[in-house]
Design a binder for this molecule. Structure first.
Ligand code: SF4
Length: 348
């Protein structure tokens, strides 16, 4: 199996994909033709931690808008193209940092050659984005709608690019089934060393989509598979970025920023644990410091169970104990919890 440390690095702008590390992607849900709205969304995504943004380019006007959006944004932009190779060429001209296309669905070999040549001349990688619903008919006929079929489809498309002497390739194999998706990525990681863009497609709304994505992406990341991730959600793309960061943090791949740990609370808890934990989490979102913060419901188990936290509180009756690395520092009032934590973190 080719683990992420050993995949071939390619570059979307300054962001390395492959050869170690995992970058976060999202996709705009604005009309690409609306330059201001799309650029605003990309900049909001970037502020939230998105490292690469993808835009749908479905016609010449969108390809033209791409150039304007490029000028108003700073993170790498991926042009998402289906069928029309001329749009890919236009986007290469207009500053795309990466192209998502399936060589098998842009027609004749000369079309593939033109796109490969244009991308190569500017060091732009191409993502072969195989989806369960958009595989070549012959592949489906031979392998059915299976993980194996997605792998074969990707390898067929890789072959087309390799024939054009193009090798800066990223592959994705997305299905709405978590199991099929995970199987497909595991299979392809045994066949090629290209970096993998991982995600579960059409995973659903915020809650269910986050669960499916966390299981699928999480399982792969823990296997050492996956070089860039997109959490597809039927929600504001900002939520995709937040979810991606949480998945990376939960799998031990993101160490920056403040992390909250909190107990579920039980009958021993005398503070408003749910409200306080949510308020602390919101406040931590604005902190740019590597710190682990605990909000625990009671002093019986709180400081001990959260002794790996840098700082935390454990609830009492109308009050709380402030602790650092499991050691009690002092007693504070319940209404002082947020301010005290923020001040102490600021002083750390
Ligand atoms: S820390 Fe205390 S309140 Fe929270 S779950 Fe454990 S025992 Fe219950």
């Amino acid at each position: 199996m080719c683990k992420r440390e050993n995949t071939k690095p390619v570059y979307a702008g300054k962001v390395k994909i492959g050869g170690g590390g995992v970058s976060i992607q999202s996709m705009c849900n604005t009309d690409t033709i609306d330059v201001d709205k799309t650029a605003r969304q990309i900049n909001q995504l970037a502020a939230e931690g998105c490292e690469i943004a993808r835009l749908a380019v479905n016609n010449a006007d969108a390809a033209k808008a791409f150039a304007e959006i490029r000028k108003k944004t700073h993170i790498p932009l991926v042009a998402d193209i289906h069928f029309d190779y001329r749009l890919a060429l236009l986007c290469v001209e207009n500053g795309a940092d990466k192209i998502r296309i399936n060589p098998g669905n842009i027609g004749e070999k000369s079309n593939v050659l033109q796109v490969a040549k244009a991308c190569k001349s500017r060091n732009i990688p191409i993502r072969i984005g195989v989806n369960m619903g958009s595989m070549e008919a012959e592949v489906v006929k031979r392998f059915g709608k299976t993980a194996q079929a997605m792998v074969e489809s990707a390898l067929y498309n890789v072959g087309l690019l390799n024939e054009c002497d193009f090798d800066d390739i990223v592959i994705s194999l997305k299905a709405s089934s978590v199991k099929v998706t995970v199987d497909a990525y595991r299979l392809i990681s045994k066949r090629v060393g290209y970096p993998l863009h991982i995600g579960v497609t059409e995973s659903g709304t915020l809650h269910s989509g986050m669960i499916k994505s966390s299981i699928g992406i999480g399982a792969l990341l823990l296997d050492g598979i996956g070089d860039t991730i997109r959490v597809s959600l039927t929600a504001d793309p900002i939520e995709e970025v937040r979810a991606a960061k949480s998945i990376l943090r939960a799998t031990g791949l993101l160490h920056s920023g403040a992390e909250l740990i909190s107990c579920p609370s039980c009958g021993r808890c005398k503070i408003d644990q749910i409200k306080i934990a949510n308020e602390v989490e919101k406040a931590l979102g604005k902190i740019n410091k590597n710190v682990k913060v605990a909000v625990m419901g009671c002093v019986v188990n709180g400081p001990g169970e959260a002794s790996d936290a840098d700082i935390g509180i454990a609830g009492g009756d109308g009050c709380a104990i402030l602790f650092k690395k499991g050691k009690i520092v002092r007693k504070i009032k319940e209404c002082e919890i947020i301010d005290t934590l923020l001040k102490e973190i600021g002083d750390m």
